[in-house]
Design a protein around this ligand. Structure first.
Ligand SMILES: Nc1ncnc2c1ncn2[C@@H]1O[C@H](COP(=O)(O)OP(=O)(O)OP(=O)(O)O)[C@@H](O)[C@H]1O
Length: 260
């Protein structure tokens, strides 16, 4: 479904991604780990279309991916964006309203009713029905992330991009969110790319785990070389040996402990 062909991304002299190539099938769940600053978010932005590649290409179904965000791709960030004066339900509906009324984002009558019904459907699927008339500041952290997921899913994307969506949540809430994401992924046949700092999360959730790291390093000029995929593993929930190997490799690169 997606092919990355000799992808490079640099910002002036800072080479962030270097000669990255991979193929991803429909329905895969890719989890991405790597040290801070290695280019994980940049990679998601390239997929989303808010950044463009410096060299190489990204193909979706064999054609170059549109270099601007479209409804086929939805993203959820750790910090999410909402309109504080709109209710949960109105915030979810807004994405579809902008599609239908792109200039003012306002839709009226039966078209609006249909969109609100769609919003209710997605709110139910993320477990937010009881909170649909609340305002965003009245939600807990976990509920805010559920809202962000509903906002992404109402456009019915094929690709769901998750940039550390649960990084700020308590462990118990995180577990609930894992179950939610796995169930949405299965139900809606999504192809998921998820950045996480938590290697165990990457192992637990993904069907395939990618580690981003530099293959070559110039200590005098750390920005001279970029990251690429250094591990590409099919993962299961019990692969402790690989987990330990990657943990060591990441800790060596970062010279900091890696969360597990
Ligand atoms: N818009 C930009 N302009 C210039 N440099 C940028 C821009 N966006 C990212 N960078 C640089 O690209 C590099 C990779 O950043 P990125 O945010 O992709 O890393 P990351 O792996 O997601 O980090 P973290 O795990 O800390 O979130 C960093 O050196 C960063 O400073």
């Amino acid at each position: 479904m997606i092919e990355f062909r000799n992808l490079w991304k640099n910002y002036d002299d800072n080479v962030v991604l270097e000669n990255l190539s991979a193929q991803v099938g429909s329905g895969e769940f890719i989890t991405l780990v790597g040290t801070s600053g290695c280019g994980k978010s940049t990679f998601l932005k390239l997929l989303l279309g808010t950044e463009v590649t410096s060299r190489g290409s990204i193909l979706l179904d064999g054609r170059p991916i549109a270099d601007e965000p479209g409804p086929d791709r939805g993203i959820v960030f750790q910090k999410y964006s909402v309109f504080p004066h709109l209710t949960v339900r109105e915030n979810v509906a807004l994405g579809r309203e902008f599609e239908c009324g792109p200039i003012f984002g306002r839709v009226f009558g039966s078209a609006r009713k249909a969109i609100l019904a769609e919003a209710d459907h997605w709110l139910e699927s993320v477990g937010l029905t009881p909170a649909r008339h609340r305002y965003p500041h009245e939600l807990s952290g976990g509920m805010q992330q559920r809202l962000a997921i509903a906002q992404a899913l109402i456009k019915q994307p094929r690709l769901l991009l998750l940039d550390e969506p649960f990084g700020a949540l308590d462990p118990g809430i995180r577990k609930d969110m894992h179950q939610l994401v796995l169930s949405l992924w299965g139900q809606h046949k999504l192809t998921v790319f998820m950045v996480t700092h938590d290697l165990s999360e990457g192992f637990y959730l993904g069907t395939r785990l990618w580690v981003f790291d530099k293959c070559r390093m110039d200590p005098q000029a750390p920005e001279r070389f970029g990251s690429t995929i250094t591990f590409d593993l099919p993962v299961g929930k019990t692969d402790r040996q690989s987990l330990d190997k990657i943990k060591e490799s990441l800790a060596r690169s970062a010279q900091i402990p890696v969360a597990v």
